[in-house]
Design a protein around this ligand. Sequence first.
Ligand code: TXA
Ligand code: MG
Length: 351
Amino acid sequence: MDTKVIKVNSENPEPAVIEAAAMLLEQGELVAFPTETVYGLGGNALDETAAARIYAAKGRPSDNPLIVHIADVEQVYDLTKAVPEYAEQLMRAFWPGPLTIIFDKQEKVPYGTTGGLETVAIRMPSHPVARELIRRSGICIAAPSANTSGRPSPTRAKHVEEDLCGKIAMILDGGEVGIGLESTIVDVTADVPMILRPGYISKQMLEAVVGKVAVDPAILEKPKSGVRPKAPGMMYRHYAPKGELVIYEGEQEKVIAHINTLAGKKAAEGYRVGIIATEETKSAYEKGWVVSIGERSNEKTIARNLYHVLRQMDEANMEFIFCEAFPTGSLGPAIMNRLSKAAGYHIEKIS
Ligand code: TXA
Ligand code: MG
């Protein structure tokens, strides 16, 4: 398949571009587009054939459900069986934006979209391109992250091209995304809302609106056998670079000294060594290929660059990747969740 890559103005999308993409979606084809979190791979959420195409293009396991993207709150009532009062508060507070909510589904949402589940994940994105595309097509758009299953999520159109060129009809290139980590997922099918995936909308932000919020215990640490996360996608080893990634947590000076010793040793043995540092620490490293992921003083920059840096490490064929930890701040849980998964939960505490 010939994949058209088309530039689109991310603030003010050109109607002709949106129209062309919407037509493809109406025909059951797939279109990748920018959202405020990561690029999504869109198809008609109510058309099982389109959903099947999404799974095929990504090489995604069929039991890992898709998020349905809407542009109008009213669509929620059409797709779900019940909307609790506290869910409406969350929708009012955080939509449009990087929050996905899990509801009991109506029959019209096919199992081919929900991975066989009785629930459906819904999100109203704030990115103008995503919003216009949903509006113009008149379709609820199922959109997982637009990467090959197991690769880091795409935060630039170039990442989507690397993974999906030749497999989908169109890529809308709206430049770099703003947040860089996938949406927070909250399940509202029980009395207390539960976070199934941490993201830009933190537990504290949710609690400020609805009071007590639980966190799926299965996502806090390395998955144990027999404990299944409620979001099937949290089970898979995601975002993994090809090299061996290890994260070092602890006092900054000690972490730097430890990584310097290890990097020196591995480099002397002839390995290609990558180091994921920050603007504040990058000049302290002596060996290896040092890449700055962003500023410690502004964790948003770290979230935005995380997947890009993991892809860069792959491109440069790094065999060992040593990375600082970024556990603090409002984005800390989301950043560390993605990093830990990328490292296969290989985190060492340095004291
Ligand atoms: O920010 C985002 O959410 C991006 C953009 C494109 O919107 N999308 C995204 O989709 O991250 P994806 O498919 O990469 O991740 C969806 C996650 C998976 O972990 C999946 O298991 C979970 O949502 N999920 C979807 N439907 C679910 C459901 N009914 N119950 C529990 N988890 C669900
Ligand atoms: Mg994904």
